[in-house]
Design a protein around this ligand. Structure first.
Ligand SMILES: [Zn+2]
Length: 367
């Protein structure tokens, strides 16, 4: 008889998850089995599980949960570089490995890309999802070794369960060449992506980090991280571009990371683009969906770039883990709010309150 495990499954879009008893998966020869210790809960989850967005939900009932961290419990017979007992974060990004983008080493552009335990981006993604049908709100899941980030002892499972959003910010900062001396602006600084971008900006050497958002209490908390380097503005207090230039000797910032959420007003982003330095780069990672009016001539004469960035590679995840393990990236500021597996629907309710980006809502399936 198969060994059973508990898994939170979505049976009907928009309805609470149910804790079901299902067979514990066996890893295929090239995969590993991970015992999940922590899985993150993120702001977009309720919207995705509602089934009303553009994304492809896996066939229901589906085991769900996006950002899992845990311990390798079993390895397939062909796995030689990893062993039972290692602490890992599972990058849930699934790519087909075969399409033109995958063959060009661009898995985050894959035409069948999907998030394990969450959704597919395209109709063909359902094939990709079918290969890894367990999410992080389960006691166990299977994963390919290429998707595992080895966690230093200092990085807790609960911190690693936040890697998806921190990694998204990390890839964006790398895309903008943030490094020693960069002047960095962050739109939506108080949210999950914005707090990650701030902590990373500090670690990566940005000297001026100027951010705007709505939550004044979180803005104060952010400023207190490094009062000499961080400046904050509550939206509505002052025109954004003018304030950005005031903080940067009249020049503007080198980089703008735009974390505006799907339903945010594009006008805030448009204002912030005017606070970029000539030669600067703006990067959207918040899925802002309202069309954005820009003046191409200004982008031409000032050699300004506006681009998107989605997720991150497992290699970038490993860099981030090492930064966190050595204190370059300080994750101790995150505030863990922990729920047992049976409390997964309470955790999903809690994320609706938008408590701000320091709050780290995590489900612990082993409790
Ligand atoms: Zn592909």
């Amino acid at each position: 008889m198969a060994t059973l495990m508990r898994a939170a499954r979505l049976h009907e879009p928009g309805q609470p998850l149910r804790i079901d008893s299902v067979p514990r998966p066996k890893p295929r020869p090239d995969d590993v089995l991970v015992q999940v210790k922590s899985c993150g809960v993120i702001p977009n989850m309720n919207a995705i599980f509602s089934g009303t967005l553009w994304n492809q939900l896996p066939p229901l009932p589906a085991s769900v949960g996006l950002d899992a961290a845990g311990v390798i419990a079993e390895v397939g017979e062909n796995v030689t570089e990893l062993e039972v007992g290692q602490r890992v974060y599972v990058n849930p990004w699934l790519a087909c490995g075969q399409c033109a983008y995958c063959r060009a080493d661009e898995p985050t552009l894959c035409g069948s890309a999907a998030f394990q335990g969450y959704f597919g981006f395209f109709p063909d993604s359902l094939r990709t999802l079918a290969r890894y049908p367990f999410g992080g709100f389960s006691e166990y899941l299977t994963a390919a070794p290429q998707r595992l980030v080895i966690l230093p002892d200092k990085v807790t499972f609960d911190q690693a369960a936040r890697f998806g959003y921190i990694g998204t910010s990390f890839a964006a900062l790398r895309g903008g060449n943030v490094g020693a001396g960069t002047w960095l602006a962050i739109n939506g600084m108080t949210g999950t992506l914005g707090v990650g971008a701030t902590l990373l900006g500090l670690g990566m050497g940005a000297t001026r980090i100027i951010g705007f958002g709505r939550n004044r209490a979180v803005l104060d908390q952010l400023k207190a991280l490094a009062p000499d380097r961080i400046r904050t503005l509550a939206l509505g207090d002052h025109p954004i571009a003018e304030w950005m230039r005031e903080q940067t000797d009249g020049l503007g910032t080198d980089v703008l990371v735009d974390c505006s959420a799907r339903a945010a007003a594009a006008s805030t982003t448009a204002d912030a683009l005017n606070g970029l330095k000539r030669g600067g780069t703006a990067i959207n990672i918040g899925a802002l969906s309202e069309p954005l009016p820009i003046q191409p001539m200004r982008f031409m004469t000032g050699r300004i770039a506006f681009r998107g960035s989605n997720w991150f590679t497992t290699g970038e995840g490993q860099l981030m883990a090492d930064m966190a393990g050595t204190g370059v990236l300080d994750l101790s500021h995150l505030e863990p709010h922990l729920y047992p597996l049976e409390g997964v629907n309470d955790a999903l309710d809690a994320i609706r309150a938008r408590l701000g980006g320091f709050v780290n809502i995590v489900v612990n399936p082993d409790r």
